[in-house]
Design a protein around this ligand. Structure first.
Ligand SMILES: [Zn+2]
Length: 89
């Protein structure tokens, strides 16, 4: 019954370059049929309301985070803003 909220406050000691980002997936469908995966450190205003987040834990990349999300939601997809699966050319 803990109430930990990742990245909400405190924990400002993140300085290690090796720290992997934490991801969450929206429990609600954003786009038709898609549950979007987000980087919890995103400051782009795209994160779902805390009550709608399912924490996915740390992943090295958005690709791995989406794969983890698809265990819960087969239609999970990366947020176009903070967890894009498209690699820049
Ligand atoms: Zn996002």
């Amino acid at each position: 019954m803990s109430k930990h909220v990742y990245g909400a406050s405190g924990d400002a000691a993140w300085s290690g370059k090796d720290a992997m980002p934490n991801y969450c997936v929206n429990r609600n469908v954003d786009h038709p049929g898609d549950h979007e995966v987000h980087d919890l450190d995103s400051t782009l205003g795209c994160l779902p309301a805390p009550a709608n987040r399912l924490n996915l834990g740390q992943h090295a990349s958005s690709v791995e985070a989406v794969a983890a999300a698809q265990v819960h939601f087969p239609t999970a997809n990366g947020c176009r803003w903070c967890a894009s699966l498209v690699t820049a050319p």
